[in-house]
Design a protein around this ligand. Structure first.
Ligand code: FES
Length: 554
């Protein structure tokens, strides 16, 4: 009586308490997360579908992570969202959940939660913005910003032009419309089988986004009735599909960290090396920024992810089950492609196999580092140069315009203390702009090495996720300006050319930085966060607890 009576204060009729499935709709809506600001409306469509299918929908908020506003980085809070959502899913009397996400970290955060609770779940991402339009050309979220930042620094663009351009870039609801992290993770969720076919690509303002949301409302009731839970969908096969799809779409390096973290919640064995090995024979098929030319709206009109997955054919596990209750192969069997310049065919790929994420190792990154080959400059994939070292991106930014900066195009910029513990939260700062004096000379890329991450919208020859990070005492902390560094991507090697004895001497002199915070979430995070090579989850959040509450006194 207590449960029903209090719920009736919301105006529900008694029929909704007849035992029908109770479907939670976890929304990461917030005006502080502009990419997710339309999710309230998406939730209304989901509710229609739930009612239609005989369920009882209840919408509730989960922490919204707005990539552009949160400091020091939204990534600091991905695990907090995952923890909050996990507890909400378990503690409330829900039979299934619909996960409404959009901006970068909201998608992996909710998937991690769903994985740990293992209630039937279906994801509905909010969809990308319409293409940006500036001076007659398409401009992509984020990707254009990096270019304009350099143009502003080099005097090729005025501040007034920048103000005008920023409005042209963000002209509708939705998340970044490049193949950045949000579009990547939406595609990855679809490839994992956790969201409906075509969901990743419908623009946020497209009526079919709302149609698909309504369909997801129907689907979640079916999933509850058939007890098809995330652990039955997100299997090792599904992760292998997601990794291969990520390579084919030229997806973000952030997918590496997020997929490792989601797999960790399910107990699915997945390692950093799987990303390199599984992507080795996958060509890049999708010609989208930042690696290519087009944007998500074009991707949608070209056929979206099902067209890519159909093209990948035998490279995917076609028998992996998805939220539709059907297999991957069944879902994409008839998927058409309408534009081969946007979605290339396997026999005429956009980039050849082996141009996806490379995993580098060596004495500078004993536990690995990653590099997005499709976004790098081919002439820098084998490179030897002297290190120019900065202990923070801020320290580098302070001198980036210095005409006397001791750097040339062969210099290897090392930016460190940007890892999970160091910054904290492992921000997307690794693709620092080039020194102004080199930009003025027309240099457009140079090797950068960092223990932080790079935005999925960014490009450049940037070695990321160096593990262990400097703040955890990784060798990156021992590099000094003037040291020679060799990067050899074909051999997957990253070498600091300093003798072991000298490194040992430097290590003896090194002291760990103090914790970033004395209390609160940041303290909990830095005390427990794992390194990037295993997904940067918290050590005590690995694994699943299921959907039974530990002690139910009611
Ligand atoms: Fe939200 Fe890019 S800032 S998706």
């Amino acid at each position: 009586m207590t449960h029903r009576s209090w719920m009736r204060s919301e105006g529900f009729t008694t029929e909704v308490f007849d035992g029908r499935p109770v479907i939670g709709i976890a929304t990461t809506w917030s005006e502080l997360a502009p990419c997710n600001v339309h999710l309230h409306r998406v939730a209304e469509s989901v509710k229609r579908g739930v009612w239609q299918a005989g369920g009882f929908p209840l919408e509730f908020p989960a922490m919204a992570l707005g990539e552009t506003l949160l400091r020091p980085t939204a990534m600091l809070y991905r695990n907090l969202l995952a923890m909050e959502a996990e507890e909400l899913f378990r503690a409330n009397p829900l039979d299934g959940v619909v996960l409404l996400s959009g901006c970068d970290k909201t998608t992996p955060g909710l998937l991690m939660a769903a994985a740990s609770v293992d209630l039937p779940a279906v994801m509905v991402t909010g969809g990308p913005k319409l293409n940006g339009k500036y001076q007659g050309t398409d401009v992509g979220s984020g990707t254009a910003v990096w270019r304009w930042e350099e143009d502003l620094l080099a005097g090729r663009m005025t501040q007034e032009e920048c103000f005008f351009a920023e409005g042209c870039m963000s002209r509708s609801d939705g998340h970044c419309m490049t193949m950045g992290t949000a579009s990547t993770m939406a595609s990855v969720a679809e490839a994992l089988g956790m969201q409906l076919p075509y969901s990743a690509a419908w623009p946020a303002v497209d009526a079919r986004r709302y149609e698909t949301a309504q369909r997801a409302g129907q689907v979640i009731v079916d999933l509850v009735n058939s007890d098809l839970s995330p652990s039955k969908i997100m299997t090792r096969q599904a992760f292998e599909n997601a990794i291969r799809v990520n390579a084919a779409i030229g997806g973000s390096t952030n997918a590496v960290i997020h997929l490792l973290a989601i797999a960790g919640r399910l107990g699915v064995p997945l390692s950093l090396d799987d990303f390199d090995a599984l992507a080795a024979d996958v060509p890049t098929l999708v010609n989208l920024q930042p690696s290519g030319q087009y944007l998500m709206e074009d991707f949608c009109y070209a056929g979206g992810l099902p067209a890519v997955m159909r093209e990948l054919g035998g490279l995917l596990h076609g028998d992996a089950i998805t939220v539709t209750g059907r297999t991957v192969a069944e879902n994409v069997a008839d998927a058409p492609c309408w534009n081969r310049d946007v979605i290339h065919a396997m026999d005429a790929p956009f980039q050849p196999p082996g141009t996806g994420t490379a995993v580098l190792r060596g004495n500078l990154a004993p536990d690995g580092a990653v590099l997005k080959q499709s976004a790098a400059s081919p002439h820098l994939l084998k490179h030897r140069g002297r290190a120019l070292v900065f202990d923070s991106p801020e320290a580098y930014h302070a001198v980036v315009a210095d005409p006397d900066l001791d750097a040339d195009e062969n210099t290897v910029l090392v930016i460190r203390y940007c890892g999970p513990k160091g910054y904290p939260g492992m921000p997307e700062v690794s693709n620092v702009p080039l020194p102004k004096k080199l930009l003025n000379r027309g240099v457009r890329d140079m090797v950068r090495i960092c223990d932080g991450r790079m935005s999925g919208t960014a490009y450049g020859t940037v070695v990321l996720h160096v593990t262990p990070e400097a703040a955890a005492g990784g060798p990156l902390a021992l590099v000094r300006t003037g040291d020679w560094i060799t990067i050899d991507v074909p051999s997957r090697a990253l070498t600091l050319e300093v003798p072991d004895e000298e490194l040992a001497r430097r290590r003896a002199e090194w002291t760990a930085p103090p914790p970033a915070a004395a209390r609160g979430w940041t303290r909990l995070y830095t005390d427990h966060v794992l390194q990037a090579d295993t997904g940067a989850d918290l050590d005590f959040l690995i694994g699943a607890s299921g959907h039974e509450v530990p002690r139910d006194s009611h």
